[in-house]
Design a protein around this ligand. Sequence first.
Ligand code: ARG
Length: 545
Amino acid sequence: MKILQELLSELEENLQKYEIFEEIDFKISKTADFDYQINNLVKYQNHEKINSISENFSSILSQSNNIEKFEFADNLFINLKLNLNKISSFINNLEETNLVQDSKRILIDYGGPNIGKPLHVGHLRSLNIGRSLKKLNELIGNKVTTDIHLGDWGMPVAQIISFCELNEIDIKSLSADQLIDIYPQSADLYKNSEEFKKQAQIINKKLNQSEKEVINKWEFLRKISIEDLKKTLKILNHDFDLWHGESSVNHLIEPMIESLKKEGKVDYDEGALVSTEDADPKILITKSDGSYLYLTTDLATILDRLDSNDFDTTLYVVDSRQKLHFEQLFKTVEYFNFEKRDFTHVDFGTINDEEGKPFKTRDGGTKKLLSLYDDTFKYINKINENIDNETIHKLTNTVLTYSDLLTNRKTDYKFNIKKFTNISGKTGIYIQYAQVRAKKILNKSKINLDNKELSISTISERNLIISLLNLELYIKQSITFNEPHHLANYLYEVCNLFNVFYQEENILSLDNHELKTSKLLLTKYFLDNINLVFNSLGLEPVDEM
Ligand code: ARG
């Protein structure tokens, strides 16, 4: 944080005189009287020169123009209150923070739908978290590539093709909707009919051998599925750089396995190929019938990504049920000596219905994401009959995104439409309303705010400013832990403080021009700040409400 940086450096330099080389960390204070606290120096409280260090600190802090008051709550546990009167121009420009770093190359693997299936409610969190991590990383200067990583190969595809053959359905005449009906039927048949299972296995083999006729059918299935997915994703305001999938790396699997065999990294175990690393359970690379597993494809995908783009970090935004899979994947990558890179499984819990049960349609099927969108759209429309459809659409996406990102990603939550659309609750509607208010008074005032100065006259103004200053801390926290909920909660908090400030006085009717200008300027800073947060969370601000 710019205003504290100089001060902290001075304190750090002072510590060095005592042979203490420590980066001073500051946190938001938990007490109402102070803004920040320094608590990572407490470990030196038994230092032989502690008194002299404290004296030096006191003298540095008392001389600082940016500190209004400070207090040693304990030895070297320091509470700080900023002096905001000295701030003539406001720092909410991220360029001026040290958040913007050298650009890292990051791949984010998220979404992960399977062809033949529509996007369903289970995809919502991966989409929301993935998009937010993309925006956040771009914000701090990282170079992000996103890959939807389709499940577009193997048994599920073979099942659909076999089902169509059996029922004499011409694949090329299928619509996306028909395909969606076929998927569960073929999966059922595969489970219940030995004969169908054999047939699907034959097709799967042909698929792996790239037999022309089967490949043609597969290509068609993939095409209609992708068109359908893209339509839904467009409504939900998502896009991806890469539409790779399991099929993209099929050709890399054979050579990968051959070289692993040569290196002794894999060996046969009752017909199956397993990693020779000592692990419990054993890590399976291919099944005993020679077919590939989910892990096999993910290993080849890593090789492919290393080869094509050489990413520093890969984030897999996939639900917590796949924890073991990713643990095995990362462990195996290390054992196989693929190049050393950073891999993280950004896992998340389940979204359930209002009663806490898995989301289902009335007939027990999986609930489509588009149908959740429609329900939400209708619900918001009913409460706000006078708002245009484009705005309702944006509000719908705000609700579907914001309520999702607010929750710590590791916890499950219940989708409660009434609660999530409440205008006075911690909701997407509330935050949209706050920014519409801010926009409205700025538009109405018509005062030019260039080169104007901020002066602080009330507690609520002060609280709002401090909160705006804290933006960078929340961005940092969200990026460090791949947890957008810190920023989402911050957004609510800052909107809340804005509302208190807004309701304190009718800004537009103030006679004192200077006071009015200052308040409008603060409103503008609020708006600039939260526009950035909206964008980082994948939300689109509306103009009218
Ligand atoms: N398609 C997978 C599924 O439905 C998710 C893919 C996640 N990404 C990955 N590289 N494994 O479970």
